[in-house]
Design a protein around this ligand. Structure first.
Ligand SMILES: [Zn+2]
Length: 258
């Protein structure tokens, strides 16, 4: 039987919802060095275990009205939103690429980037499972057809790592304080493994630009640390989805139509 494209996307989307559910747990527990397997999900206030049917992606949250069944504590809307976003990413990648390895590669990259953004936003930590684990995953996926090949993945990871390491080193010399965490450095190795050397540069450019424009003013005012990983994650996602189009647009804008 040949799978219709919309059916394949639907299956991928449902699978993505479940991945998103797991991503919620990972992005919350990995930064705190907790197991993602035990204990099972429970209400943070009353400690009641969450029943499997209440734990269904999105649906569980809706049926509970966003509240714990026992103590009525509010359950953050972040959970169903992350599940929806992950489901949309997986469905979208299959719609864009068809049932191909590239769809899996893209879906995994977007999932990892979302996880990094969530962890960095909440804990200012990018767990090694996302960065180092993601780099190994990206390198392994490079042996499949489509995307970057293994040599591009390897050089991408190396350049991503050492470029950020150098920026961090130089930043510390100039500003006399830690400008960038080790998490960002390892994260860019992951980005390089998925996107190659050009992807590293475009991600860094977009990430710095977004970080400076959006968080710069807030940071100046409040003295709050910049969760740079979020902006790098957005930059990497944009690079993966629109990279060639963005470069064309920029060159056209900077140097006039070619
Ligand atoms: Zn409760």
């Amino acid at each position: 039987m040949i799978l219709e494209p919309w059916m394949a996307a639907l299956v991928a989307g449902l699978f993505g919802l479940c991945i998103g559910s797991f991503l919620n747990v990972c992005s919350l527990r990995w930064p705190q060095d907790e197991s993602v397997i035990s204990p099972p999900s429970r209400c943070p206030r009353c400690g009641t275990g969450i029943r499997w049917r209440d734990n269904l992606p999105v649906l569980g949250w809706l049926l509970l009205g966003g509240k714990c069944r026992e103590c009525q504590a509010r359950i953050s809307i972040q959970y169903p939103l992350v599940e929806l976003a992950t489901g949309a990413a997986w469905a979208g990648m299959v719609l864009l690429n068809g049932v191909e390895w590239e769809a899996l590669r893209g879906a995994l990259l977007l999932t990892i980037l979302l996880g990094i953004a969530l962890s960095d936003a909440r804990f200012y930590i990018i767990p090694d499972q996302f960065s180092v684990g993601g780099a190994i995953l990206g390198f392994a996926l490079a042996f499949l057809p489509g995307g970057v090949d293994w040599l591009q993945a390897l050089t991408g990871a190396a350049v991503g790592f050492f470029l950020l390491w150098f920026v961090a080193w130089a930043g510390e010399k100039v500003f006399k304080k830690e400008a960038m965490g080790g998490g960002d450095i390892k994260m860019m190795a992951m980005v390089g493994a998925f996107l190659g050397v050009p992807g590293v540069f475009l991600t860094l450019f977009l990430g710095s630009f977004l970080g400076a424009v959006i968080f710069g003013p807030i940071s100046m005012k409040t003295g709050k640390l910049v969760p740079f990983g979020i902006f790098l994650a957005v930059g990497a996602a944009a690079t993966y989805l629109f990279g060639p189009a963005l470069v064309d647009w920029y060159l056209g804008w900077a140097f006039g139509p070619r």
